[in-house]
Design a protein around this ligand. Structure first.
Ligand code: FPP
Length: 236
């Protein structure tokens, strides 16, 4: 296998354990999310320094809407601050920012800010930071099926034109390579409706470390471990 097939181009992270981190310290869950948002900044910077080309972060899932009104508001408040101030530094570092997920569910000012950030950073040539916000993979796939079916119905494509490439282009992640590595923090070993189509050949790394305790050194260790893995993509 060529060395390139093993290269970590796209890192996807499920940032889990904010609540437990706070509870362990006798703090409200909101403090865990606040610390988690700081770690997002640190890890985005670190990923760029470590040569990652695409970083996808699971910031809010479609299922997270079912949390208490209070907690949803805390997370939306942090996201608002993040979009309005934290992302400025990221933008200045030539990072291209994009968002995946169901925007209809989000408040109008957040959606507007997301669109602004995407268009302002579209031409940046550094790392791509992809933030999954109000994201659910099954919903993404159903939307892609509907888009594809509409093209067939309109006569723009025929049934036989549908293949893996065409279908991939109907997903939010169009134009992005599939994740090479998915990391989940906090000891949970599940995927939770994250990038189900895109992770067909991804490697996985689960760590017990809670997201607010995650840091650059750990990321370096995980990448070193990933670099030792042999990826065969079904080949002998
Ligand atoms: C999981 O912790 C974390 C989330 C709900 C999503 C990640 C959110 C952040 C890192 C903070 C805000 C993000 C940005 C981009 C500003 P949990 O609450 O599920 O933890 P628990 O399993 O211990 O309860």
């Amino acid at each position: 296998m060529s060395k390139d097939e093993n290269k970590l181009r796209h890192l996807a992270i499920i940032m889990d354990g904010n609540g437990r981190w706070a509870t362990k310290r006798g703090l409200p869950r909101s403090m865990g999310h606040k610390k988690g948002a700081e770690v997002v900044k640190e890890i985005t910077r670190a990923a760029g320094e470590l040569g990652v080309e695409f970083l996808t972060l699971y910031a809010f899932s479609t299922e997270n809407w079912k949390r208490s009104e209070d907690e949803v508001q805390t997370l939306m408040g942090l996201l608002r601050d993040y979009l309005k101030s934290d992302l400025k530094e990221v933008q200045e570092n030539n990072v291209r920012i994009r968002f995946i997920g169901e925007r209809e569910m989000l408040d109008a000012d957040i959606v507007q800010k997301m669109a602004e950030i995407e268009s302002e950073t579209l031409k940046n040539t550094g790392m791509t930071l992809c933030i999954a916000l109000s994201y659910g993979s099954r919903q993404e796939i159903v939307n892609a099926v509907k888009k594809t079916a509409a093209l067939v119905k309109e006569g723009d494509i025929s049934l036989n034109d549908i293949d893996v490439k065409l279908f991939s282009d109907m997903l939010y992640t169009k134009d992005m390579p599939d994740p090479d590595l998915v990391v989940r923090t906090s000891g949970e070993q599940r995927i939770s409706n994250y990038l189900l189509w895109q992770i067909a050949y991804s490697e996985f790394y689960f760590t017990d470390v809670l997201w607010p305790d995650f840091n650059k050194k750990l990321l370096e260790d995980i990448i070193a471990e990933f670099n030792k893995r042999e990826r065969r993509y079904g080949k002998a």
